[in-house]
Structure formats: structure tokens, C-alpha cells
Design a protein around this ligand. Sequence first.
Ligand code: CAA
Length: 398
Amino acid sequence: MSSTPIGIHDISFATTSLVLDLGVIATRMGIDPQKYYSGIGQVEMSVPARDEDIVTLAANAALPIVERHGRDRIRTVIVATETGIDQSKAAAVYVHRLLGLGENCRAVEFKQACYSATAALQFAAAMVQRDPQQQVLVIATDVARYDLQSSGEPTQGAGAAAMLVAADPAIIALEPVTGLYTEDIMDFWRPNHRDTALVDGKTSIRAYLHAIEHAWQDAQRQGAPGFEQIDYFCYHQPFTVMAVKAHRHLVKIAAAAASSAQVDAVLEPSLIYNRQVGNSYTASMYIALVSLLDNVAQLDGKRIAFLSYGSGCVAEIFTGVVQPGYASHLRTAAHAAALQGRTAIDDADYLARHAQTQPTDAGAHPAPHETTGHFRYAGLSGNKRLYEATPARSDSAS
Ligand code: CAA
């Protein structure tokens, strides 16, 4: 076995062009906005424009990575999502074309609720271990959608995180030991005929805590670093208070000593972006990582634990060590611009967008140009989804 470190060589995130303040939903529902702002820890949620979806989010997140590192060594692109746009064709194939990746590259989609990007990362690390010259592009991308007036409505959102997995990584070296847990449970799911998820909210919270507990115990049996050897914790964040609940639970089962202030201090930097993006399902833990990297100085040599949960359910816990000099590879200004550049919408606009469904006939259904991103969903024609670079991008590229 090779001892070359393998891990995250670059990471970038993208979100939508629109944003909704959760106070708008609270006002419509006639409840105290503090229930959202502090009770579940969500301030805003990203809302897709009519020409944005998981493919455009994924391509927007990954474009800066391929522009920085080139495309030649990428022989695999994995798109992880639970917002599938086709029952057969992988979203990764569309993303592959939009990014201009070479034809000698495999493209595939992974699914297991909010966990799938973690599976993709582990598969990617194994592929790079087999051939350290190759790089794998892993992109987590999701649009979280629940029914209006449901308890899940304030926990929607959308975003994508792209990672280049490589040998001798510039940002995070993954450690090999992981803890695993799988159980067949119906806490959250989306049947094929629905475009909104079904969830039993309270069951899902209990299932998340149970799965993390069992994955942690497995990790410890496998020889993973103990609680006291970990500097920061990045959780899946369907809403940011969930990470706080999970960390308090972990402190208890690890029999660790941590005051509330210590829990807050260790988690807070990882919560900043997701409070504004909302739930991005499988991208959320990786957006939490970006938030941590962008908002804490001098993480060199620090060990981060990743606690990944996907309803249904699968959990995996693993660790990684931040590499010396990582800070010069971050994209903090671009991430701030992505969040600040979103246009606020009102409730009527949000409700109209939420009510919109995909046409089911074979006619031409062009999408209006709304996105501020580099790529857009141009519409549906003959039952085929059409994607293109935005005119500004095409002009600058030509
Ligand atoms: N001011 C401050 N806090 C307030 C408040 C106020 N005015 N009113 C209520 N709160 C607090 C409550 O006390 C509660 O805090 P605790 O959890 O600490 O008790 C919190 O706000 C939420 O209140 P409720 O429990 O009454 O909220 P709810 O029943 O409306 O729903 C939810 C909360 C279950 C998370 C719901 O948003 C939901 O179903 N979300 C979707 C499911 C989900 O995200 N599950 C997470 C685990 S599953 C997973 O992780 C996979 C995935 O991505 C979906």
C-alpha cells in the first residue's frame, strides 16, 4: 500500500442566484421568526432561479477548480446528489461537458441521501491510491425541497461543493480509518413520483443521533483518533442547530469534557455559511468544511472530524489533517461574493417558484435567463434537458 497522502487538493462552493429570508416564511405562517433564526439556527435559504438546478450548481462549483488545475489528470468525475434530474443518465455526464473534461474520463452519479458525497470522496481516495497520477473530481450538489406549510419548509436550501481529490493534497490529507453505520429506516425519503421530500422530522433527528453514535463507536473500534485528539468537527447540517445537538450527543457518548461555550467555539465557524444557504443535503457537510476553512485562521496541522449522515440511513465518520500552507489555496473572497451576490426575493415570488413543476410533454419549454452563474439550464425540449454556458461566459471564453 502506498503511503502517499491522499485528500482534498482544492475545494470550492457555489449556491443559487436568489435568497429568501426565513422571517418571510415565519410571517406567513404566523410564528415567531426566532424559532427559525435561533431555534433551528437558520437565517436564510438559497432559492434556485428558473434556469438553475443541480447540474448548473455543480458546474459552477467545479469551474474554478478545473480552471486552476487543468483537466488533463481528471479521469473520473462523480456527482453526488439526491435531487436526481433523470432516472437513468448521470448528472455527471452533463457536468463533464459543461466543464470541458476530456473524453477519456468516467462520469457517474452517486445517491444515498445526504451521505452520498462522503461515499464519493472515499471511492475517489481509493482510486487515487491505485494511481496517484490521477485526480478525481467529486461534486456534491442538491436542492432541498419540502412541501409548503410542512415542518420541513424552513429547512430548504440549495448549494454545491466541488473537491479535487489528489495525492499530496494542498488542503486536507484524509486519514484512512472510518466508522460506518447503515440501517433501513424511513425517516426521510423522496419517492420517484415526487419532487418534494417526505420526512418524519422528529424521527429523522433521533435517527441522525443514533447513526452518528454507532458510527463513532465503530470508528473507535477501528482505531480512529479519540475525541481529545480532534480539533474541529464538521457535521452534516440539515439545519445548523442539528450540528449542535449532534455534538452535544457526541460529547456525552465519548465521555468527553466540553462546556457549552467550548461546543459553540468548536462548531461556530462551520455553521456560518449553512445558516445562509440552508440545507444543501449532501453538499452541506462540505459547505460546512469550506465555512470552517474560510473563517478560522491558522488551521495548519489541525485535525478535523467529519460526521456524515444520510437519511434512510447511512452514517460515516472520518478524519483529515489540514495541510501546511493550505490558506493560500482557499477561495474565501469568491465564496463571500457568492453569498452576498444573491438577490432577495419576497414571499409571492418564492411561492410562485415553489409551485412550478416540470413539464411532462415532449414540447419545447425554454427557461428564462435569470441566473448570474456561468452555466444555465436552457429548458426542456423533446423530453431532453438542455444546458449551456451563459452568454457572458461564452463571450469571455471565445
Ligand atoms: N424562539 C426560539 N426557539 C424556538 C422558538 C422561538 N420562538 N419556538 C420554538 N423554538 C425552538 C424549539 O424549542 C425547538 O428547539 P429544540 O429542538 O432544542 O427543542 C426548535 O426551535 C424547533 O422547534 P420544533 O421542534 O417545534 O420545530 P418543528 O417541529 O417545526 O420542526 C424540524 C423542526 C423537525 C427540524 C423540521 O424543521 C423538519 O422536519 N425538518 C426537516 C427534517 C430534518 O431536517 N431532519 C434533520 C435530521 S435528517 C437529516 O439530517 C437528513 C436531511 O438532510 C433531511
